[in-house]
Ligand binder design. Structure first.
Ligand SMILES: NC(=O)c1ccc[n+]([C@@H]2O[C@H](COP(=O)([O-])OP(=O)(O)OC[C@H]3O[C@@H](n4cnc5c(N)ncnc54)[C@H](OP(=O)(O)O)[C@@H]3O)[C@@H](O)[C@H]2O)c1
Length: 229
């Protein structure tokens, strides 16, 4: 593996898609700052720096030291919180607020903290890992009405999509901003019939980052046609 001089910062890196993303990008020669909610064992990869970051908090000095003032070529906001599906009369508003905190405010906090480093990179990209379930167009059509998805997840992922659009418009011409649905993966957050290997999603996402596409904002579905907002 030859270092390629680029740096990626990835949240929710301890398991699931986040862990596969750390493996994929570091094996491709990227330097990676892997952010996990709780302290985990250190990595044996020289190009991976692990730091603790609960995305509900402001980025810590440990996170900023891990980045160490380097230009940031890529932020992948991957960490997410769902909630169990519940009947309308039993939905806890607190659960909705918590999902918005993690899935929307979390990415915003990280982008704000790393904006100077992003703008110092030659061609930076922000990727917010979203879900097809955050598509207002598809949900309004009833495309996923057979799925038991919580209000918390649907509301927070559609709000996260609006964050991606807002960032793209604010940073037009400077930072490309993409919402990426990874596919139905067999991970902690996957539905019962989900079978996609998160390593495949990580490979597809790296290929996407290496593509020259300039569209921003963009709502990508890995391995499929782009989605409607
Ligand atoms: N699985 C699917 O089929 C599917 C489909 C569409 C979209 N997605 C999206 O894919 C992304 C990755 O999810 P996954 O499938 O890999 O699920 P996962 O295995 O459940 O991983 C979720 C990750 O988010 C982290 N996390 C949760 N709350 C956090 C917080 N407050 N601060 C920091 N990290 C936090 C978890 O950390 P801990 O280990 O500390 O809990 C874990 O690393 C999510 O954005 C999800 O919405 C998944």
């Amino acid at each position: 593996m030859m270092p390629n001089g680029r740096l990626a910062v990835i949240t929710g890196a301890g398991r699931g898609l986040g862990r596969s993303l750390v493996d994929e990008f570091s094996e491709a020669g990227w330097a990676v700052v892997a952010l996990t909610r709780s302290p985990t064992a250190s990595t044996d990869r020289a190009n991976v720096t692990v730091a603790t970051h609960d995305v509900r908090n402001e980025p810590s000095t440990a996170l900023m030291s891990a980045v160490d003032g380097r230009p940031v070529d890529l932020i992948i906001n991957n960490a997410a919180q769902g909630a169990p599906h519940a009947w309308l009369g039993e939905i806890a508003a607190e659960g909705v607020m918590n999902a918005v905190d993690v899935n929307v405010a979390g990415p915003l906090r990280l982008v704000q903290a790393l904006l100077p480093q992003l703008l110092a990179a030659p061609d930076p990209v922000i990727i917010n890992i979203t879900s097809r379930l955050g598509s207002l167009t598809a949900q309004a059509r009833g495309d996923y009405s057979d799925l038991s998805t919580s209000y918390a997840y649907k509301i927070s992922k559609s709000a996260q999509n609006m964050l991606t659009i807002s960032l793209a418009q604010d940073l037009a011409g400077r930072v490309r901003c993409w919402a990426v649905h990874p596919g139905k993966m067999a991970t902690g957050m996957g539905q019962a019939d989900a079978s996609k290997d998160p390593r495949q999603a990580a490979r597809e996402l790296r290929e996407l980052v290496d593509s020259p596409d300039r569209t921003s904002p963009r709502f990508v579905s890995l391995g499929a046609a782009d989605l409607s907002w």
